[in-house]
Design a protein around this ligand. Structure first.
Ligand SMILES: [Zn+2]
Length: 264
């Protein structure tokens, strides 16, 4: 049985009977890997401290093709991201990113760019000021890398360039307000001709749409220079989490937790 060695991040840990755990990793070479860590719950086991959620390390496992569960033979810790672990909000967001990858990535579908995005995002999560902005950055980049890229510049229905519609927000308003329509079901923005095709489409400001395009093409190390408004934050959170919910067909537990505890 050949032993494989690959970089890995711990996405999830699940108890298996009294003594063992099933660990889900994300790796650049094999995508998602599920492996059994035998006897890991014993304090004497040398792996017991290194397999914490979000840890980055070198995974050794006995690879067998077409098997749901691989056999874990070692995990050498590289980075435990202490800056994340020491802060309640950061660890919660870290768990959200891990849960998102677990929900969307499939086993055996390797994507080294997703691994790099996750590892670099965890490094930045240790000290970035605007933690929700990092989550939005991760979401759009991860959706793009996973083949779910939402259409932002052209209409998701007819393909024409999207321009804002102008609406009168109230009878007293002196000028009309520009808005754009984002349809989760159609996969992105809708032009003014198609905006009525989805009555549940979200309306967002052009500023939020521009911010999303900026995040899509930004490097992670430029993120701290971006200062979104509260409205930008609210709009991006709403459309991205709705988009993700639509594609994963479930509500992510850690996102529910963020909404109920951190965003009160
Ligand atoms: Zn259209």
């Amino acid at each position: 049985m050949p032993t494989q060695k690959t970089a890995a991040i711990v996405l999830r840990a699940f108890p298996l009977r009294e003594a063992h755990k099933i660990i889900t990793f994300y790796t650049p070479d094999y995508g998602k890997v599920k492996a059994v860590a035998y006897g890991v719950k014993s304090p004497k086991n040398k792996l017991s401290g290194s397999l914490e959620l979000l840890n980055h390390g070198m995974l050794l496992f006995n690879y067998r093709e077409n098997r749901d569960l691989q056999n874990l033979s070692g995990f050498e810790l590289i980075d435990g991201f202490d800056g994340i672990r020491n802060d309640f909000a950061r660890i919660t967001y870290g768990c959200y990113l891990a849960e998102l990858v677990d929900a969307i990535a499939s086993e055996g579908d390797a994507n080294a760019q997703v691994f790099t995005l996750l590892r670099n995002s965890f490094q930045l999560l240790e000290d970035i000021q605007d933690v929700p902005l990092l989550a939005r950055y991760f979401e759009i980049k991860f959706l793009d890398l996973s083949g779910y890229a939402p259409q932002l510049s052209i209409c998701a229905n007819c393909g024409t360039i999207v321009t804002p519609a102008f609406i009168q927000k109230s009878p007293q308003a002196k000028s009309k307000t520009p808005i754009l329509h984002f349809s989760v079901r159609n996969g992105g923005m809708l032009c003014t001709n198609c905006q009525n095709r989805d009555t549940s489409a979200f309306t967002i400001t052009p500023g939020s749409s521009e911010l999303l395009k900026t995040l899509r093409k930004s490097e992670l190390n430029k993120l701290s220079r971006i200062r979104p408004s509260t409205l930008n934050h609210r709009e991006l959170k709403l459309i991205l989490s709705s988009f993700i919910k639509y594609h994963t067909e479930r509500h992510l537990k850690s996102l529910t937790f963020i909404e109920s505890v951190l965003e009160m």
